[in-house]
Design a protein around this ligand. Sequence first.
Ligand code: HEC
Length: 115
Amino acid sequence: MRVLITALVLSAGSLLAHSALAADAEAGEAKFKQLCATCHGPTGQGDGPASAALNPKPRNMSDSEWQESVDDEHIATVISKGGAAVGLSPMMTAFGHLSDEDVDNLVAYIRSLDD
Ligand code: HEC
């Protein structure tokens, strides 16, 4: 029981920490559908219409193992500097023109896809 309460307190704390950053997953979702869905699919499953022509294909972003294996900084770097900046495919182009706020919102949306 005590473990459960501790877990609840910790997750409430991290929810607060997230909202304090003011990253907005809903705004991120709108950007994602606009800029990313052609390749990544509307919900990041890696099934966008352009994905058939890609090798490697974009992964399924709802995969918890991947979610746990990367930090927010990795995701933000891939978005703003492109896949090649972290040793991934250059088909993942850099979105260097996005504001920090847009990038943070996209990261928040991608995090919300975790199964
Ligand atoms: C032209 C197609 C295309 C578009 C548009 C695109 N991506 Fe990608 N993206 C890819 C591909 C392909 C990969 C896989 C690269 C690899 O695994 O080597 C990828 C990988 C990623 C990754 C890294 C996942 C990992 O394996 O660590 C993130 C994060 C990402 N994309 C986010 C975005 C976001 C956010 C947008 C929109 C702002 C976007 N992508 C737009 C093709 C695209």
